[in-house]
Design a protein around this ligand. Structure first.
Ligand code: SF4
Ligand code: SF4
Length: 55
């Protein structure tokens, strides 16, 4: 399992520096690499758009 970023992402960039394993990539909508994500939930807690949820 991994966390997933949905269409509510506003590309604010807040999550990318919070990920301890650098699983998040920039884009029009940011994305999480499921092979790298450790399900820690840190990014979901800080996302202002509540765009990040467990898959
Ligand atoms: Fe997108 Fe949320 Fe990350 Fe901001 S914190 S880039 S809105 S997923
Ligand atoms: Fe990174 Fe944790 Fe978010 Fe996974 S849940 S992308 S490991 S901050």
């Amino acid at each position: 399992m991994a966390y997933v970023i949905n269409d509510d992402c506003i590309a604010c960039g807040s999550c990318i520096d919070e990920c301890p394993v650098e699983a998040i990539s920039e884009g029009d909508i940011y994305t999480i690499d499921p092979e790298v994500c450790t399900d820690c939930g840190t990014c979901a807690d800080i996302c202002p758009s509540e765009a990040i949820h467990p898959a």
